[in-house]
Design a protein. Structure first.
Length: 458
């Protein structure tokens, strides 16, 4: 009998129910708070005190808390919908598919460069723009190109999924993970970007080397392959039928580069927050529509379709916020933080930071949505960082490493299972291929956490 994980939304409902029960069983308590140097409200270590007269929440709180949570998270929810709308317009142009296809076909006779470019492009798109499901239409193209190079389906899966996992784990300006986590933690969105760019480079090299080493072994001895060569099914495109590159699509790709430059400049020098970032993506959607000469009606429909694809994520944000809101209403959130800080505070800050990373990695197995995990965990992990002597920026690093690096092996990640289903790679074979990489990335993440604590990353 196959074990099937429930949808993320159902999991959030279960956690909401557990949070409600916790308010009945856990003693209420609170810490004193103070405004930190970054402007966020931080809890003061050593000030925890129990509250004897805490309210007892009724069962119907599970229903009434959701609208309140959605209202409190409205800024993030609207940001997610607007980013989704912009990606909808971008997806309508097929510029990314055309650009990747054209570049990779040029490398089809040079195996090393082919893998280097493939892992790099998926890493960058995930790290900067948070792309994931946008890759699904391209899987057949990638697998066909790998087959032409006599590389098995595992190599194709590795190029895409390792790039995705490294990009999410070493996020720089990913609007669906690091930007949201920083917003929840009370940090300026995009802060610590220079440090994250260095992390991205080294994480990419680790991921590329793993895929390249495997592909080289298989190319030298096909008997060592963990999956067969990919074969196109009826209706799947051959490499000659890839999306063609046009001047309009070149213009769209140039706009993407300009948008990335604007995004990095905004967060580095102008200290943009979510409203400015949202405005940037709206501007990108309009500019793409103009450059690609989309009719106004067609552009609006593409924008609405893209936003509608993010509805589930937006709802997940509200339900995840409900968990924290229940704990806050029952005045047990600080008690939970006090309980978690006990073991971690017994260790040096460097060890505590690594412990936070391991906790986030375990949580990712249950909550595979990076956005949902941010809203479910950062309200606890950010103040926990105050107590164990690390900065909140370090807590964000722990979240993104745990949520990204573990995502490429956890069986609850639907994106992973979809890609493996398309390429025909068995999940057990994928685990054999990827577990050494996950171990290397988590060790790398632990080292980075220690360095971040040492330099006092802000």
């Amino acid at each position: 009998m196959k074990l099937k994980m429930p949808p993320n939304l159902l999991l959030m409902l279960g956690f909401m129910a557990l949070a409600l029960v916790a308010t009945w069983l856990i003693p209420a308590g609170t810490y004193q708070t103070a405004t930190s140097g970054t402007g966020s409200v931080a809890i003061v270590p050593g000030t925890y005190a129990t509250l004897p007269d805490a309210p007892r929440l009724p069962p119907w709180t599970l229903a009434t808390v959701v609208p309140r949570a959605l209202a409190q998270a409205q800024g993030v929810i609207f940001f997610i919908l607007l980013v989704g709308g912009a990606f909808g317009v971008l997806r309508r142009t097929q510029a990314i598919e055309a650009g990747i296809s054209r570049a990779m076909t040029r490398f089809r006779d040079r195996q090393g460069l082919f893998i280097l470019f493939g892992v790099a492009v998926f890493t960058l798109l995930s790290s900067f723009f948070g792309m994931a499901s946008e890759y699904i239409p391209f899987v057949g193209v990638l697998a066909a190109l790998c087959a032409a190079l006599r590389l098995d389906a595992m190599s194709a899966s590795g190029i895409l999924l390792v790039g995705y996992g490294v990009g999410y784990g070493a996020s720089t300006t990913n609007p669906f993970s690091v930007i949201l986590a920083q917003e929840i933690a009370g940090l300026p969105p995009g802060s610590g970007l220079a440090f994250r760019l260095g992390v991205l480079l080294f994480a990419f090299l680790i991921g590329f080397h793993h895929v390249w080493s495997y592909a080289r072994r298989v190319h030298a001895d096909p008997r060592r392959a963990l999956a067969p060569l990919w074969e196109a099914k009826d209706g799947e495109a051959a490499p000659e039928a890839f999306v063609p590159m046009t001047r309009a699509r070149v213009g769209v790709l140039v706009l993407m580069v300009l948008a990335l430059v604007g995004l990095m400049s905004g967060v580095l020098f102008a200290h943009w927050s979510l409203p400015q970032l949202s405005a940037l993506f709206i501007g990108v959607a309009i500019a793409v529509a103009v450059v690609y000469r989309l009719r106004a009606t067609e552009a609006c429909q593409a924008f609405i379709a893209g936003a509608s694809r993010m509805t589930g994520t937006a709802l997940l944000v509200g339900f995840a916020r409900s968990i924290t809101l229940i704990l806050e209403d029952g005045q047990v959130l600080h008690t939970v933080i006090h309980f978690l800080s006990g073991p971690l505070s017994q260790w040096p800050p460097h060890v505590s930071a690594v412990g936070m990373l391991l906790i986030q990695g375990l949580i990712d197995v249950v909550i595979s949505s990076g956005t949902g995990q941010a809203f479910a965990t950062m309200p606890i992990m950010a103040p926990l960082a105050d107590l164990v002597g690390v900065t909140r920026q370090v807590a964000v690093l722990a979240y993104q490493f745990g949520a990204g690096f573990i995502d490429i092996i956890t069986p609850t990640n639907p994106f992973l299972l979809v890609i493996l289903g398309i390429t025909g790679v068995a999940y057990t074979s994928w685990v054999r291929f990827v577990w050494p990489l996950v171990l290397k990335l988590m060790i790398f993440g632990a080292v980075v956490m220690v360095i971040a604590v040492e330099v006092g990353l802000q």
